[in-house]
Design a protein around this ligand. Structure first.
Ligand code: SF4
Ligand code: SF3
Length: 517
């Protein structure tokens, strides 16, 4: 096997025996075969009319290979067989050798991988929009274009063009998901989310899929089962159409990489709607459920019947386990017990006048977007320290699961606004982009001239597609950590540094000094 798609890859180079994530060599090879089948499907579909069924298969096949999503070889094989059937229905295609994915000249491998991994990330966002009935022809068509490009040869210049074009299409995809979420559940408004767990049966729902949460809330209403979010589901508390359910009680646990410790011995059912699933320990595997493209051998899977799901097995399990008899108190990793979320674009832009006045009066000197993924590396303390050490006259915007490094900290307020504002999930990078563009407009300058610095943490492939979007928008001088991707070759890194001013993080003190002068 060979896999170097995520930040925890073995030795910072590549997993070759088994995945650090728990993916076996067999499943890694099957995932490569799945990817090769998708390239062939895109070849077969060239110049022909696709169908929603095939489009759905493309999204599932790409999303299933994102880190910490699917560890189940049998499910991967099912997708491969379905894709093969569709290839035949299209009249066949020239074969693509899975081994070719990660082989060849290092710069070509690097550029090809960056596009493929970006496509995997975008498939996750397109999937969530799709489950809410939203598709976009340009986004859909680009999956085929991108897969065809992955299977073809290009010059370095052509690869870069493809990556930037992809970045622009991913912005459209994130806009589509934003529209899908806000039209279904309303615009997020600030919400304070409890970290305590009330007595009685409960279900912990993890991942990014708000439609799964909505269906679970409907099906548990009046059943005496409370619902707690986990990981990237936290921002769900901010949506009016989700927070209206009184049994959506709070958030359980901290970042995804702590799940094996935090789920151990908990008398509740756990539902994974997307990444990040870790191999469950035997002590709690009986209560973990997967749905959608998520899979793990032996875990119970909740299937999908035309978008509707029956969560009865999850609910029955929660009732059987019964929860705790008394309230349990939990805190974030810094000991705080108050989590705030819901500062998406509408809320922040609603306060734009206040923000602009505060900047003009000198009360706000700088904005930081400290966002991205969390992970197990000790070097990720950088992000906690960065936020703690950022001066009092700065605002910290955050999004995605990396915020669990600091979202329990009380950083105070500036002019009535909290200094730390959680904009939502990773896909809500769209909100952050909208806010940055509106500020640039208000100050009549370019985004790069704003007193704004992006300090990003990456782990998996959704971070790759967002980074490409930011580069496509011309955003410069992004700080990236905790380490640079193994799939970025030294020559490609030179291009990123020269053209976009990408900077690896160093220490919080040195980086703050360099940014604020
Ligand atoms: Fe290794 Fe990450 Fe690939 Fe898992 S997803 S096999 S940890 S590089
Ligand atoms: Fe997190 Fe796993 Fe990337 Fe949505 S959920 S950001 S790591």
């Amino acid at each position: 096997m060979f896999c170097f798609q995520c930040e925890q890859t073995a030795g910072g180079k590549g997993c070759t025996k088994a995945g650090v994530c728990g993916k076996s060599a067999d499943v890694a090879l099957q995932q490569d075969e799945l990817t090769a089948a998708l390239v062939e499907l895109a070849r077969a579909a060239q110049g022909k009319k696709s169908s929603p069924r095939v489009d759905e298969l493309v999204l599932q096949g790409l999303f299933a290979t994102v880190t910490n999503v699917n560890f189940d070889g049998a499910r991967i094989n099912e997708w491969i067989q379905k894709i093969r059937t569709e290839i035949i229905a299209f009249g066949g295609a020239a074969p693509f050798d899975a081994a070719a994915l990660w082989q060849g000249d290092p710069d070509t491998v690097s550029l090809r991988s960056t596009l493929l991994l970006g496509l995997r990330g975008m498939a996750a966002y397109a999937w969530h929009a799709y489950t809410l009935g939203k598709t976009d022809d340009e986004v859909t068509a680009w999956f085929y274009k991108g897969l065809n490009a992955v299977g073809a040869d290009h010059s370095a210049g052509e690869w870069l063009e493809l990556l930037l074009e992809f970045g622009r299409v991913n912005l459209k995809c994130m806009a589509l998901l934003d529209e899908a979420n806000t039209s279904a559940y309303g615009h997020p408004t600030p919400a304070e989310v409890p970290t305590n767990v009330a007595p009685g049966p409960f279900i912990v729902i993890s991942g990014h899929d708000l439609y799964d949460l909505k269906q679970l809330l409907e099906q548990t209403e009046g059943r005496g089962v409370n619902i707690y979010t986990h990981g990237e589901m936290l921002p769900a508390h901010a949506y009016p159409e989700l927070r209206k359910y009184a049994h959506l009680k709070g958030n359980f646990g901290t970042a995804w990489q702590n799940q094996q410790k935090e789920f151990d011995g908990v008398p509740a059912a756990f539902l994974f709607t997307t990444n990040c699933l870790m191999p469950p320990k035997a002590s709690y595997a009986d209560r973990v459920f997967t749905t959608a493209v998520v899979g793990y051998p032996e875990l119970q899977h909740i299937p999908d019947e035309d978008g509707r799901k029956d969560f009865s097995p999850v609910i029955e399990k929660a009732l059987e386990l019964g929860g705790w008899t008394e309230t349990r108190h939990f805190t974030g990793i810094n000991g705080g017990s108050r989590l705030l979320t819901g500062f998406a674009r509408q809320t922040v832009l609603g306060a734009a006048g206040q923000v602009i006045d505060a900047v003009k009066a000198g009360a706000i000197k700088h904005f930081f977007l400290v966002g991205g993924c969390d992970g197990a590396r000790p070097g990720r303390n950088y992000y906690t320290e960065f936020v703690q050490k950022a001066p009092q006259d700065t605002i910290i915007l955050t999004l995605a699961c990396g915020k669990y490094r600091f979202n329990d900290l009380d950083l105070g307020t500036i002019g009535g606004l909290p200094r730390l504002m959680d904009m939502g999930q990773c896909n809500d990078a769209y909100s952050a982009i909208q806010v940055a563009l509106a500020l640039a407009d208000a100050f009549q300058c370019g985004v790069n001239d704003l007193p704004l610095t992006l300090v990003l943490s990456w782990y998996e492939q959704k971070a790759v597609c967002i980074l490409l979007t930011l580069l496509a928008l011309g955003v410069k001088n992004i700080y990236l950590g905790p380490t640079l991707p193994a799939f970025i070759s030294s020559n490609v890194l030179n291009i990123l540094v020269e053209q976009f001013g990408i900077k690896p993080i160093s220490t919080p003190e040195a980086d703050l000094q360099a940014i604020l002068g």
